[in-house]
Design a protein around this ligand. Structure first.
Ligand code: FE2
Ligand code: FE2
Length: 331
């Protein structure tokens, strides 16, 4: 399935994603990409088409026309994406502090700027880099999200929904931050810890081969066992650090536990599961269902919310599910 000019930035197929990265149009509205070839990917086409070469400026009129035609993103090569991330990093503080730009749009820029940094830090053997990158990113996410100006469903629309690691963890961390605020966690330091936990929660997946994580078919028993080991492996990587709290470690270890005891790695029940892990479980599943995966297409947000509601009280904490679904339905 080729990416399309749909209402959300399209997700490339696994083979295409090795070559091209999608960048929300918002990024180009706020940042003038230099020396980067830009491509569009039309529905039904196997290859992207060059839209604007590096030496031709992309104008506001071009962006308006693309939006009118239904495009939400442009594509760049992976190398160009690294250049673009670098450029964004240099301008990041300026863009993030620009109050004339909607918070949701600034968050989208933040996600693009940190994408490769998060991906590469998470692949390193030693977790020091991952922890320091996530702390820096968590601080910026909190700076943006906790002034009450963000509209959750608009934020959802601005974020990417493909199967990259950085997309999943930055979305989950942003959702967890909003949900933490909604359930009454008012201490900014505590909320920031939750954001960091959200960014780190799947770090154990670095021990699962990409061929298994991206397998476009049902997993066999051994592969499934490997996938299910990621909370334990992540916990083992992080448990002896003195710069992470117990709650953060439990977000890593227990985010696949379900309150009726059907989760993993242990099969804990309600009161045995840390509140932050229960919170994470809600937004983690919401994000996973609404993101495209190599083995299935994405659900619409309303379908994912209905799934959470159907399983509230059995898999997910009822009150947290209620808070999340009402946040996402706010208009
Ligand atoms: Fe996970
Ligand atoms: Fe996850």
């Amino acid at each position: 399935m080729a990416p399309t000019a749909s209402t959300t930035p399209a997700a490339p197929t696994p083979s295409a994603h090795a070559k091209m990265m999608c960048v929300p149009l918002t990024v180009f509205r706020l940042h003038n990409a230099r020396e980067v070839d830009l491509y569009i990917w039309q529905e039904g086409e196997v290859e992207p088409t060059l839209y604007c070469s590096a030496d031709v400026p992309l104008t506001a009129t071009d962006l308006d026309r693309l939006t009118e035609r239904g495009f939400r993103a442009l594509y760049v090569t992976r190398n160009a994406y690294a250049d673009l991330s670098e450029q964004l990093h240099q301008e990041l503080n300026h863009i993030l502090s620009d109050e004339s730009v909607a918070v949701e749009e600034r968050l989208s820029v933040l996600q693009t700027a940190f994408a490769l940094e998060v991906d590469s830090a998470f692949q390193m053997i030693n977790c020091d880099r991952a922890v320091s990158v996530t702390k820096n990113l968590a601080q910026k996410i909190n700076g943006l999200l906790c002034d009450g100006a963000v509209v959750p469903h608009k934020m959802y629309d601005m974020l990417r929904h493909d199967f990259y690691t950085f997309t999943h963890v930055t979305n989950v961390a942003s959702f967890a931050t909003l949900l933490a605020e909604e359930i009454g966690i008012t201490d900014p330091a505590e909320r920031e810890q939750i954001t960091v936990g959200g960014l780190l929660h799947d770090i154990g997946k670095k021990f699962v081969p990409p061929s298994v994580l991206c397998k476009p078919a049902k997993l066999d028993e051994d592969e499934w066992r490997l996938v299910k080991s990621h909370p334990q492996r992540g916990y083992e990587e992080l448990y002896d650090r003195d710069d992470l709290t117990f709650g953060q470690l439990m977000m890593v270890y227990s985010h696949h536990e379900r309150i009726d005891g059907t989760g993993y790695p242990v099969g804990l029940v309600t009161e045995e599961i840390h509140d932050w892990a229960k919170l994470l479980a809600v937004v983690d599943v919401f994000e996973a269902l609404t993101g495209a995966r190599p083995y299935r297409s994405a659900l619409k947000p309303c379908e994912a919310l209905e799934f959470l509601e159907r399983n509230a009280g059995a898999h997910f904490d009822s009150e947290m599910t209620r808070c999340w679904t009402s946040l996402m339905r706010q208009r």
